[in-house]
Design a protein around this ligand. Structure first.
Ligand code: GLN
Length: 194
């Protein structure tokens, strides 16, 4: 069986992630139900609106199965709102907003430096210099001892990893650069192609 990456498709910027993965020969499934989740080997959580995604994760019945899969070592990559969902602490979140506590970082929503809206900037990452697109990006305000910083904008961590869980405060799917998708796919035990 070829490996397959699920892209959480409840809301937000999932389509461009599917295109990035397809362009490197990876089979993708849009995940909206627990049944679809059961068929994937890794999961990408896109940008969008994290409080809305949190509600949809509950109403779709996906929250608990995703938490269980992450605890079992499923490679997971959260970008922007997806990073907020994977974090251990959300600052300035909605009071009913939940997260998976999958990567030990505290993130503040919509608070990247003083630039609360959108900006683009080159960042230094494990895969080399990368053009980062930041859209109402969350800011990482605390990094736990088990977390590896894979990328920084100046002094600020913007790309982090803990075990098989990765998170980026920017949108790698918008940069026409698939190196971070390739890095993520390499976390799968059998990084298979279509
Ligand atoms: N500000 C959004 C949130 O809090 C994230 C923005 C994004 O994913 N581009 O969910």
């Amino acid at each position: 069986m070829n490996s397959c990456v699920g892209v959480l498709a409840l809301q937000g910027a999932f389509a461009a992630h599917c295109e990035s993965l397809a362009s490197i020969g990876i089979k993708t499934i849009e995940v909206r139900t627990p049944e679809q989740l059961a068929n994937v080997d890794a999961l990408l959580m896109p940008g969008g609106e994290s409080s809305t995604m949190s509600q949809l994760l509950e109403s779709s019945g996906l929250f608990d199965p995703i938490a269980a899969r992450i605890a079992n070592g499923m490679p997971t990559f959260g970008t922007c709102a997806g990073m907020i969902l994977l974090s251990s602490e959300i600052l300035d979140g909605r009071s009913d907003q939940r997260s998976f506590n999958a990567i030990d970082v505290s993130v503040r929503r919509n608070a990247f430096g003083r630039q609360v809206d959108s900006f683009e900037s080159d960042i230094d990452t494990r895969v080399g210099q990368f053009h980062g697109v930041f859209i109402r990006a969350p800011r990482i305000e605390r990094v736990g001892p088990e977390v590896e910083v894979l990328g920084r904008l100046g002094d600020e961590p913007v790309l982090v990893q803990q075990g098989k869980v990765m998170a980026a405060s920017f949108h790698p799917e918008l940069s026409h650069d698939v190196r971070l998708h390739e890095y993520f796919v390499s976390l799968m035990p059998t990084a298979g192609k279509v």
